[in-house]
Design a protein around this ligand. Structure first.
Ligand code: ATP
Length: 344
């Protein structure tokens, strides 16, 4: 059963369609990531689910109850934002207890709840400190604990890890996923970071210009993109796109390889790859070039793992191959995926 349902949701700010007809159904215990570039409408969508923004049209259902016109406190939702918004003059204990005080919970019960949330997040020893005495990662855990004590039906997290440095982000992601799984809280997580989305999400909804372009597991989104936006938003470097026979043909840099790396078979397509530039990245080698013969065009990329040691010279043309299963076809004008199987 879907815990959160969003039906044909719209939010227009004058002529800006920040959210333009979004449908989503988030299952119990699921961690859904909303991924998209800056300005695509992620925060506006979350704010409407939380009840902080009034929709222009459509509906929000939580546990089958239409909450579209109910205030945030009637929705059983907890939200953690990028800024955490901890109260600087309060101790960690009081920050976490804050939502319970607002509910006028008895003191002893409140202390138990705070300790429970603090132990889940491993911050028991920090309860007497103030936010300025904490690291970024610890502050993030306090903000999560404060969300948790409300025992929400749904947790909304809007870029909660973006203030952390790269190393801390990876461990915070791991912790977040573990505690979300342990408690089974239905969670919606907003990010513009594809690595975060791929690593965390049970499913990912890719948003662009107010619309959900695709929703699926990380594998589906990466390997079976439904349009050229999704194909090129995920992946680093992104999917190569070539024009051929009035269509666009897409293949990922890691699937565009010298012969011999892929075991020989019938289902191989060969492209003459003119190499214009080589980047060594330690674990990978990136080759930039063209397959159209223009030596100035470096838009096609091959990503070779360091285990592939074949020598590659700038200025030379090599026959590179792609397996048929790794070729994706898109309509040239709409950008939508088509089922065309052959390329000549
Ligand atoms: P980011 O990743 O940069 O936070 P986002 O995907 O969360 O972006 P939103 O903040 O939802 O995007 O904004 C979506 C669009 O709506 C943007 O074009 C933004 O300028 C516009 N917008 C958001 N809030 C308002 C507002 N209160 N008034 C007018 N326009 C707004």
């Amino acid at each position: 059963m879907a815990v959160v349902e969003v039906k044909n949701l719209h939010k227009h700010f004058d002529e800006v369609k920040a959210v333009d007809g979004v449908d989503l159904a988030i299952q119990k215990g699921e961690l859904l990531v909303i991924l998209g570039p800056s300005g695509c409408g992620k925060t506006t969508l979350m704010r409407m689910i939380a009840g902080l923004e009034k929709p222009t049209g459509g509906a929000v259902l939580i546990d089958n109850r239409n909450v579209t016109h109910l205030p945030p406190r009637a929705r059983q939702i907890a939200m953690v934002f990028q800024s955490y918004a901890l109260y600087p003059h309060m101790t960690v204990f009081n920050n976490i207890a804050f939502p319970l005080k607002a509910q006028k919970m008895p003191r002893q019960e409140m202390a138990q709840k705070v300790e429970w949330a603090a132990s889940i997040l491993g911050i028991e020893r920090l309860l007497n400190r103030r936010p300025r005495q904490l690291s970024g990662g610890e502050r993030q855990r306090v903000a999560l604990a404060r969300a948790l004590v409300k025992e929400p039906a749904v947790m909304l997290l809007d870029e909660p890890l973006s203030n952390l440095d790269a190393k801390l982000r990876a461990s915070a992601r791991d912790e977040l996923q573990r505690f979300q799984r342990k408690l089974g809280i239905t969670t919606i997580f907003v990010t513009h970071d594809q690595i975060e989305a791929m690593g965390l999400g049970d499913r990912i909804a890719v948003m662009y210009q107010g619309k959900v372009r695709q929703i699926g597991t990380p594998q589906e989104i990466y390997h079976e993109p439904s349009d050229t936006f999704v194909a090129t938003f995920l992946g680093s470097p992104p999917m190569n796109l070539l024009e051929a026979d009035g269509h666009l043909v897409g293949f990922r840099p890691e699937n565009f390889l010298p012969p011999g790396v892929i075991s020989a078979g019938d289902n191989l397509t060969t492209f003459p790859f003119n190499v214009g530039r080589v980047e060594y990245l330690g674990s990978d080698r990136l080759l930039y070039g063209s397959v159209g013969g223009d030596p100035e065009d470096h838009r096609i990329v091959s990503k070779l793992p360091s285990t592939v040691t074949a020598s590659v010279e700038v200025g030379q043309t090599y026959d590179f191959i792609v397996q048929a299963k790794d070729l994706k076809f898109f309509d040239k004008s709409s950008g939508l995926r088509t089922q065309l199987k052959a390329v000549s």
